[in-house]
Write a protein that binds this ligand. Sequence first.
Ligand code: GLV
Ligand code: MN
Ligand code: MN
Length: 400
Amino acid sequence: MRVNGARLLADLHALREFGAAGVGKGVVRPAYSEADMAARAWIAQQMRDAGLRVEVDAMGNLFGLAEGPSVLVGSHSDSQPEGGWLDGALGVIAGLEVARAARDGGGPAVSVVSFQDEEGRFGVTTGSAVWSGHLSQEAADKLRDHSGVALGDARKVVPVTGQIDPARFTGFIEMHIEQGPVLDTSGERIGVVSDIVGIRDMKITFEGQQNHAGTTPMSLRRDAFQAVSAFNHALEERFANVVTPSTVWTIGHLSLHPNASSIVPGRAVFSMQWRDGDSDRLNRMEQIIRSVAQETAQARGMALSFGEMLGLEPVAMDAGLRGALEQSAQKHVPGAWRLMPSGALHDATNVSRLMSVAMLFVPSIDGISHAFEEDTAEADLVMGVQVLADAVATLGARSS
Ligand code: GLV
Ligand code: MN
Ligand code: MN
């Protein structure tokens, strides 16, 4: 099975045109936006051209189905509010290219997927979370984005055809850019994923008293931003005995009300997200977050509320699928690949509830992702898809 590198790269560049923005190869293509839906219509046509039958479920997860039992290959094609051209897109186009290479070269049956809202406009890997049964459609529909739009309303643009039965797939392989510095720093070409970290994510609200920024003495203020600042500072100290160097936590979204220079902010709503490979540690961090928020609220006269806790547990990749990727990596780039954990979340976490899953990484230049600057050398993209194609061919030969 030979991958056509020129066709792969042309498709990646064509997909980037939907929502192209910013410097370099930036993309703005959040879930259910006009650019996202147009991109999905284009991907659906590529799937048909590859001889696959297109189906779209109620969430907007887009499948290109091969006849009979098949391996599922793909990722997502929505982006962060500011993202790059490869995060998710690579896995989807890689799936298409492997399906075409398999058709042209007499390989096994390959189906392709682009999951919806992997980037969590509404939650955490929302489309695959619903498909896998981790999250009910009813609960998902109530989730709201940062501007208050409900998922149930946003998904009305989806051209639904029906539900897709996971039993038709023999396994799932997701190719992705690493999105971190490990491979770029070591000079290695391929990462075979050992496991994917777990995540917790929730909104926290501090409500104080909105007031005049000139006349209100510092000692009398109930400033919601100052509460966030104090919370963040205290959290770092309280985490010290619990976290490891690979634990991460982020306040990535903060909304102040009414967000004006001359008003002491009365309300702060912010996202609190943390990730680690150990579920117990994630739970201990949650307890600390809740108690530091309570102490901060009490000390500063704030009302406090917590939003819904979203999360995914850490998962290990399937040894059999992983072995096929390792063998293929060793054949193509001997000594220049490694086994590594994923610190980024992926649809594969949810899909692992349904079938065996594995993942493959290619390097991210300077380790940058979730930014317009995200990029990977074209030779690495092509090599990675060839490694994937050979692994799929091996698995097909094993099962026949
Ligand atoms: C997925 O994009 C993540 O946030 O890891
Ligand atoms: Mn991704
Ligand atoms: Mn991402």
